[in-house]
Write a protein that binds this ligand. Structure first.
Ligand code: ADP
Length: 880
């Protein structure tokens, strides 16, 4: 498992916390259950409150309705009491009550005060046709104006014969109630049932308003005996007329009621408050009730409905409040859950982001080898993360988490300072320190430690949280950089050349010690103030400005621009200048100017390196002088050699000539020894001449050097062989030649070189017939030629000396010669830039090898145009 995927306990705890946060961010079934339950309870409570309210106001309505009905019934029963009392009074008087006594009785019961609504109280008699006249007469005896009305003829009459108060009831007095069915039917019902009865609604004669009224009857009886038995016979009716409106007055106190009533008797309207004109009328009442009430033989229909004030008096806000509060609570609960879930999701998002950030931070910490530590300054407990252990090179199990353990890991030289800094940080609040630690394996590493200190409210340090970073590489790099910088500074200062750097505009930025020494100015005098033009020779600047203006085809000012014009154009210019010292003396310098460029390759300054060439100038002048003197002396020498050889040859020629004359003219006089001596003299003189010629040749090799040209080596070898024809023929030598290249050389000298070497190969032969092979091969940057023979060979110890002048390994008697040939070969090869040496051949003979440098033009192919022909070689022949 890789480090990144390894699940540590800390990672697991973090994952668990993440899962918990993620779970908290999701609304679960139980959240919704609580919301639904809350809504359900709200609706139940609302329903319950509504029902309760309905029940309560219904009860209130019922109570009010019942109260009204009861009041009406009570009022009626009170009236009945009055009637009963009246009937009892009459029965007590055996039915004989005159008008006066009736009035006395009526006033005794305080009719108008105690029985409001009764218009009066009267007596009705039941009179047949037969005894009508007697009845009228009796009544007239009490009240002379008594008369029965309306006039009619009937079997029976039910006239009202007493009524008090009479005032206001005048029309009723004498009224025959039998003339009208409602009145008579109720009267008869009272007679027949012996109970109080009321009529159907009628318009009372007393009621000028013509509103519904009724008569309330109570029968009374007279005691009598029938067949000797005491019995009661119907004596008449006590009656009371009522105007319904008045009856209800006092019963209904409108201001206290919250109901409106309508009372009907069959289809007859007795009382009606269900009118839109009534101010408290509610067209859509909350409650409505119909109560049929049996009232003394009649049934009154009570239609009761609630009023507007009832509706207003009902506190209907409670269920609504409960519903509202419940819904509000449910909404708040849902909002709380949603907010909680959102907060959890946000928290999860933040946590995720923080986790990512922490992962990045952790990664950055790992990449940068940053360790995190946590110190409790009070207990001295120290916690390290994993990176700290690798930074301190110790194992986790070896670290006891104590502050002292950290101290002991520090380099002894750094320990005190690091501890002191840490202690100071506990006061100051921040810690920034660098120190070395020693790993358990002895490796020393540099650590940069930083920390912040946390304080409690009393200002006491309670925690230090910090980081450690391995800065060993940085330290080393910095140290190397410093070393390099010091070295650069030293190089700059002691380079022996003046190093002067400027910005774009020529202001001097670097002026090294050598420059100070060279020019006599101090760095401080010139830095940021002057341009290098300050110490240039002004005449030289003006002259060079003119040259450059012509060359670059633009005007170059005779100042700093002159010095950097070429460098600005991308050319690093090296040129001799004259610098004028502070003391006005002049120093010649070789100045190299280079443009300095930034990352975008734009010129941001110039670097000038000036070397003092005073000594070089003097030395070169001296060399020039020496060369001139050498050339002169060489020339003189050459002239001397020529003159000397010419002058020397002349006496030799004379010696030879006179010896020949002597041998011819005195041959008879000469002894054989004399002839022998003359031969010796001539021979010596000839060898002397050869020696002088060779010496002259040797001395002229340098001076006689013509122009280098392409030479066909094949031709040079053939030319040499031609010159050696005699000795080849004489020795029977076999000479083989490979195809040879074209080389750059002096044609005659190349031929002389081959002739000397091939000649020696033939001369220094042994018993065998000489075999000579000439070859030339290409070896990278030079040609390698070989002249191999099967001659007597050369011992290794003689191989170097034979190239010296006059160096010979043999006597004249063995091999004739003067020891100059190889010396000439060496000079020719070296003059052409090559080398010559000798080796032993496989056959025991010698291989003379020499090299010639290759040039761009040389080749094994022979371009006719550039090759010196045999004629050319002949022309320059000078072979020894
Ligand atoms: P010289 O031939 O006139 O003596 P050189 O300078 O040509 O002078 O040679 C120097 C000496 O080198 C010779 O005396 C000889 O001893 C030796 N030498 C030169 N060439 C050969 C050769 N091919 N084989 C053996 N010895 C040689």
């Amino acid at each position: 498992m890789s480090e990144s995927t390894k699940v540590t306990p800390a990672t697991k705890a973090s994952l668990d916390a993440q899962s918990a946060l993620e779970a908290a961010g999701t609304l679960r079934w139980y959240h919704w259950s609580v919301v639904v339950l809350s809504l359900g309870l709200t609706i139940l409570a609302w329903q319950y409150a509504r029902n309760q309210l309905n029940d309560r106001i219904s009860l209130q309505f019922e109570r009010e309705a019942d109260q009204v009905v009861e009041l009406v019934i009570e009022r009626m029963s009170k009236y009945e009491d009055a009637l009963l009392a009246s009937a009892a009074f009459i029965e007590a008087n055996d039915g004989q009550v005159d008008m006066v006594r009736w009035q006395q009785f009526a006033s005794s019961i305080q009719l108008d005060q105690r029985y409001q609504g009764i218009n009066g109280i009267g007596l009705i008699a039941s009179v047949t046709q037969e005894n009508l006249a007697e009845f009228v007469e009796t009544q007239r005896s009490f009240t002379p104006s008594f008369d029965i009305h309306p006039k009619r003829v009937a079997q029976e009459y039910w006239p009202i014969h007493s009524i008090v108060p009479l005032l206001g009831n005048e029309q009723a007095f004498g009224l025959d109630i039998a003339h009208e069915s409602n009145r008579i039917s109720a009267a008869k019902a009272a007679r027949d049932t012996g109970t109080a009865q009321v009529t159907a609604p009628i318009v009372l004669v007393q009621d000028s308003m013509q509103t519904p009224g009724f008569l309330f009857y109570e029968p009374f009886y007279r005691r009598t005996t029938i067949d000797g038995e005491p019995a009661k016979v119907f004596g008449g009716l006590v009656y009371a007329p009522f105007v319904f409106q008045k009856l209800l007055e006092g019963v209904l106190e409108k201001e206290r009621r919250h109901i409106k009533i309508r009372i009907t008797d069959d289809a007859n309207l007795l009382f009606d408050e269900h009118l839109a004109s009534h101010e408290d009328y509610d067209p859509e009442p909350l409650f409505f009730r119909e109560i049929p009430v049996p009232v003394y033989g009649r049934t009154w229909e009570f239609n009761i409905c609630s009023t507007k004030s009832f509706r207003e008096s009902v506190d209907s806000t409670q269920p609504t409040t409960i519903l509202f509060v419940g819904l509000l609570l449910s909404f708040l609960l849902t909002s709380l859950f949603v907010a909680n879930s959102r907060a959890a999701r946000r928290a999860f998002g933040y946590a995720k982001q923080m986790t990512n950030d922490l992962e990045k931070l952790g990664l950055a910490a790992r990449v940068n080898q940053i360790g995190v530590w946590d110190l409790d300054p009070i207990s001295g407990r120290l916690q390290w993360d994993d990176a700290m252990f690798s930074l301190y090179g110790c194992r986790q199990e070896d670290f006891n988490g104590a502050y002292e353990a950290w101290c002991s890991s520090l380099h002894p030289e750094d320990r005190n300072e690091a501890e002191a800094t840490l202690q100071a940080a506990i006061e100051s609040g921040s810690f920034d320190c660098e120190f070395r630690v020693i790993h358990s394996n002895g490796v020393v590493r540099y650590i940069s430690a930083k920390a912040v200190v946390f304080f409690d409210e009393n200002g006491r340090a309670i925690r230090m949280l910090g980081t450690n970073m391995d800065i060993t590489d940085r330290k080393r790099a910095a140290s190397e950089l410093e070393e390099t910088r010091r070295m650069q500074a030293a190089i700059q200062d002691y380079a022996g050349v003046a190093i002067i750097a400027t910005d774009n505009h020529g202001l001097i930025k670097i002026f090294n010690r050598s420059a100070e020494q060279m020019l006599g100015y101090s760095k401080e005098e010139l830095l940021e103030k002057q341009t290098p033009a300050t110490f240039h020779d002004q005449n030289e600047l003006v002259q060079r400005a003119t040259e450059l203006s012509d060359e670059l085809n633009r005007t170059i000012a005779p100042g700093f621009e002159v010095v950097v014009a070429k460098a600005s154009a991308g050319v690093s210019e090296q040129r001799e200048w004259k610098y004028v010292r502070k003391d006005s003396t002049v120093v010649p310098v070789l100045l190299t100017v280079t443009a300095l460029r930034d990352e975008q390759n734009r010129i941001n300054g110039y670097l000038g390196i000036a070397a003092d060439i005073s000594e070089r100038k003097i030395a070169s002048q001296e060399i020039e002088n020496a060369n001139a003197s050498l050339a002169r002396s060489n020339e003189e020498l050459g002239q001397f050699a020529y003159v000397a050889s010419h002058d020397l040859q002349e006496p030799l020629r004379k010696v030879t000539s006179f010896c020949e004359l002597l041998r011819e003219e005195c041959s008879g006089e000469l002894t054989s020894d004399g002839h022998q001596y003359i031969t010796y003299i001539v021979d010596s003189a000839r060898r002397m001449r050869t020696l002088i010629k060779d010496l002259l040749e040797y001395s002229r090799i340098e001076s006689a050097a013509s122009e280098l040209t392409n030479v066909d080596t094949n031709e040079a070898v053939r030319f040499a062989i031609d010159n050696l024809t005699e000795s080849i023929r004489e020795s029977g030598a076999v000479i083989t030649v490979d195809t040879l290249p074209i080389v750059e050389a002096y044609p005659s000298k190349l031929a002389q070189l081959f002739q000397n070497l091939i000649g020696n190969a033939i001369k220094y032969r042994g018993e065998r017939t000489p075999k000579v092979h000439v070859s030339g091969v290409n070896q990278k940057n030079h040609w390698s030629f070989a002249i191999e023979d099967n001659g007597i060979g050369i011992l290794p110890e003689h191989r170097d000396q034979i190239f010296g002048i006059f160096k010979r390994l043999h006597t004249q008697s063995e091999y004739r010669g003067n020891g100059i040939g190889l010396a000439i070969c060496k000079r020719i090869v070296e003059q052409l830039g090559g080398q010559i040496w000798v080796e032993t051949s496989e056959s025991g003979g010698s291989i003379f090898r020499f090299t010639l440098p290759r040039t761009a033009n040389d080749s094994t192919i022979i371009p006719e145009m550039h090759v010196k022909t045999r004629a050319a070689l002949n022309d320059q022949a000078g072979v020894c």
